[in-house]
Every structure is written in C-alpha cells, then in structure tokens.
Design a protein around this ligand. Structure first.
Ligand code: SF4
Length: 501
C-alpha cells in the first residue's frame, strides 16, 4: 500500500459496514437500472459518509466525485456519447462497481431503501420496485432479508452513522413498497436534528419555492438575482440544499463543508421575525457556535428589518443592473469597443442563433470543455479556478432542467458546431437575468455578439432591465461588467446574528 493510500486510510477510518445481499451478482450484471441516473442532480445518487469517501478515494475514485469530504452525494458524470449520467465508480464496459468491496452503505442497502414517509415524520424501510429482480422475488424472502437488515441497522455504530448523516434517508418515493416503519431511528434522528420536516430541495419543489417568493413580495427589479429558485437550484449538484416550513414561511438552507446557512430570508406572506428566529435556533443546533450560521442575500429593502432584529449586516458583491435598450443598441461612444467587436464577428463569421434544445446538451458539453481549457491556458485568478471547477456541475443541471426551471437558453452555431451558448431567466416581468455565457474564445467578438443578441431578445419580450449578477470579486469580471455601464449596482448583504460579548 502506498504512503498516499496509508494517509487516506487513517486509523480513524472505520471498516466498511457489510450488509447481506439479496440480489445475486449475475442478476445485477445483466440489469441496467443501478448506478445510472437520468439527471445530474438526481436525488437517488448514492450518499457517501466521510469514512466511505476516504475508502472510495483509497480505492481509486477521484476527489472531484465528492463536493464535501465530510459526507456528500456523489457527483455524477455524463454517459460517454449517450444520454443520462453515471456514478463515477461505475465501469460501463464491465457493468461493475470499481469499488464494490468499499461501496457505501447506501448502495449496500439497495434494493432496500430508507426513506421518509409522505408526511415527513417517520423513517421507513421499503424496497424499490425499479429493481427488476425484486419484482420477481417472493414477498416472504424480501421480508426475511429486510428483517436481517433492520437488525443490523439497529446496531449502535450503524445507527450513529445514520443519525450523523441524515441524507442517508431519502425522500418519499411512491414506487418504493413500505416494509416497516423505523420508530427508534426516527426518534434518534429527531433528537439530533430537532425537527423532522427538513426536506432535500428537488426539482419538484421549484413551484413551491416560486410561490413562497411571490407571497413574500420580496422580488422586484431592484432585488438581487438570488430572489429566484433557479439561481439556487443550479448549484444543487454541488451543495446540498434543504427547505422546511417554519411559522408559515419557507426557509431555504444550504449545507456546505463549513456548516449550514440560510440562502435567503424566510419566504412567506407574514413577518419574518418568528420564522427567522426559529431558523437561527436550528442553525445554532446544527453548527454549534460557528460563525457560519448566517442569512445570505438580504436585500437593501430587508436590511432595516434585520438590523431592527439585532443582526449585523455585511455587504457582499452587488449585482449589476443595466438599462436593457442600451445593451440591445450598443449605441454611442461609450459602447464603441463592444460594437466594434460585434461588427467584426458578423463580418468574419456566418452563424445561426437558435433556442437551446435538450438535444444540444452534448454540443454544449464539448464547448464547455474547450472553453475551460482556453481559460486555463490564459491563466486564472485562484477564485476563478474554483468557479471553473464548479462550472461543469452547474451547467449540467441547467442543460438537463432548462424547460422545467423556465430558463431560456440560446446557442450559436458556426458551420453546424455549437460555438457559444447562454442561459437566463426572468427575475420579474421587466428584468431579465443573464445567468451564464460560454463562447469559444477563438472567435473574436462572439461573446459580445451573443450578449447583444440575448439583450435584444429580452427587449423584444418586454425587458426594461438586464441583471448580470455579481462579479464574484474577480477584477477581470468586474472590469468587463463595468465596461457595459450599469445603471445601478444592487446592494446585497449577509446577515449574521449579533455575538454575545
Ligand atoms: S458506488 Fe458502486 S454500487 Fe454504488 S452507485 Fe456507484 S458504481 Fe453503483
């Protein structure tokens, strides 16, 4: 064993849990259900605890598979030259798991599954009807197997692991047949986390989140771009997002490697006092005394309310807001350089501009790979490197869910190849947000051309303003956003509870 592997398998790493298996290996090898997923952020991706991640890394998995080394769902990879996504440990040539002996508890359990009931107040053990073998199995055999597994799950070491990593318990699934409720485990999880109604954010929750935002009335042309579900959902493959109702308001949380925080103020029709106080109480419980407990994206409009409630406000990067017709026209001296670049692109290239379709995913993926290499060759600020590393996951989520997230995408083709794409969304009836833009850097003026076309499209649909979000503190990005002459910088704050002296 190499030194490197010795280091990964430190003495604190416990041995893998071994659960009995019901499905014979020969059936698994002939099946194409497990380890494959339709979406990059599938809620069914296996969850690895910190120890399981250490063992998987020692078994040869790449560090990029795990956004949080303390415990995370695995980051899926696209099926090469096909549809859908794979667990990165899955070898599609042999249909085998490359870390089979070290695979996580989540995978060992399958085709059994731990999940919440529909009311989200009871943990259940069930079996997944998606498994073809189980559909043919004798019910008595399934129950016998489940009894053995339940006895093992009840052992103190395994119970503690489940309580520490509640993401091992999935959301209610209609196609999972319930075998037994697990009241002791439910009580243990509730004792540790204080509440049972915390739910992972999935794409099905987007309408609920949209409605809560509307009820809150916090949106408006001068709200930060973060006052939109899509802004948060696109990072769902990276961070774990959760939500729950507190005093009639929807509270949106993120679980980062540093701890838990709120992504937005509580969203609901009433005052924020009671839900905010309950949410901060939960954050204290989950994070202890850590300063990570905070509320992100407090708008200028809500800032006085937070101050009244005793919070400290720290400014974060502002969003850039532009007059949409200025960017669509690029008229006058102040837009001379952008106009010249657009003209050069139109003079030198002939291109087609189309709406993004799901079938464009592979072309966009190839372009993102080329573009990332171009950016790296040009040299990046360190934070820019980090953003680039995260880009793949964010873009995969957008490519997969563009229609359901109501994101508008545009692609530019040159000689049939996708050479640029962009995505954006309507923050309000009059404000269009540009989420991201990728343009092959080998074509001078392509990025400026695509941005102008996007603004023209937005104006034709009634946009008065274009929001291009913040500059992430990157000087290069700041300079290019400033060069388009923003009409307004939208203030945005982080609210932290005042510390007791
Ligand atoms: S870890 Fe192995 S068993 Fe689990 S999903 Fe990945 S490839 Fe499949």
């Amino acid at each position: 064993m190499s030194d490197c592997i010795d280091e990964l398998l430190s003495p604190s790493v416990t041995l893998p849990i071994a659960l009995p298996q019901l499905v014979p290996s020969r059936s698994c090898l002939q099946c194409d259900v497990c380890c494959r997923f339709p979406d990059p952020d599938s809620s069914l991706r296996p969850y690895f605890t910190g120890d399981e991640i250490s063992r998987a890394l020692a078994g040869g998995m790449e560090g990029t598979a795990f956004p949080d080394r303390g415990g995370s769902q695995v980051a899926l990879v696209p099926v090469p030259h096909g549809e859908g996504y794979l667990c990165p440990a899955f070898d599609s040539t042999t249909s085998q798991c490359r870390i089979y002996e070290q695979r996580p508890l989540d995978c060992q359990l399958y085709p059994l599954a731990l999940m919440w009931n529909e009311a989200h107040d009871q943990i259940l053990l069930g079996w997944d009807t998606k498994c073809p073998f189980m559909r043919e199995e004798i019910p008595g055999e399934i129950q016998h197997h489940a009894d053995r597994v339940m006895a093992l799950l009840d052992q103190p070491g395994i119970r503690e692991e489940l309580v520490t990593h509640p993401r091992l318990v999935g959301r209610f699934q209609e196609d999972v047949i319930v075998l037994a409720p697990l009241p002791d485990m439910t009580a243990a999880v509730a004792a540790r986390w204080g509440t049972l109604s915390l739910q992972r954010l999935t794409v099905e929750d987007i309408p609920r989140l949209t409605m809560a935002l509307e009820q809150s009335g916090f949106g408006g042309p001068q709200s930060p771009a973060a006052y939109s579900p899509v802004y948060h959902y696109m990072s769902n493959g990276l961070l774990a997002y959760w939500w729950m109702e507190l005093h009639g308001a929807l509270c949106l949380f993120a679980q980062s490697p540093d701890g838990w925080f709120m992504l937005l103020p509580p969203l609901g029709p009433g005052a924020i006092d009671a839900p905010l106080s309950a949410a901060m109480e939960l954050l204290r419980r989950w994070n202890g005394d850590s300063s990570v407990s905070r509320v992100e994206n407090v708008s200028a409009r809500l800032a006085p309310e937070f101050e009244r409630l005793g919070y400290r406000l720290t400014p974060k990067e502002s969003d850039y807001l532009y007059c949409a017709t200025d960017l669509a026209a690029l008229a006058g001296d102040r837009y001379k350089s952008q106009r010249a670049l657009c003209n050069r692109f139109e003079r030198e290239q002939s291109c087609e501009v189309d709406s993004y379709q799901l079938g464009d995913r592979e072309g966009c993926r190839a372009l993102l790979g080329d573009w990332s290499r171009q950016k790296q060759e040009e040299g990046l600020e360190s934070f820019g490197e980090m953003l680039l590393a995260d880009a793949e996951s964010v873009h995969e989520v957008l490519w997969s869910h563009a229609p359901v997230l109501q994101i508008m995408g545009t692609v530019v083709r040159i000689q049939g190849r996708i050479c640029a794409y962009t995505f954006g969304y309507w923050l309000t009836d009059r404000t269009f947000c540009v989420l991201l833009e990728v343009a092959d850097r080998a074509f001078p003026g392509l990025a400026q051309f695509l941005f102008r076309e996007t603004c023209r499209m937005a104006v034709s649909k009634g946009a008065g303003y274009i929001n291009t979000m913040d500059d992430a503190g990157l000087p290069g990005l700041r300079a290019s956003k400033q060069a388009y002459h923003p009409a307004l910088l939208i203030p945005n704050f982080v609210a932290s509870p005042a510390r007791e002296s």
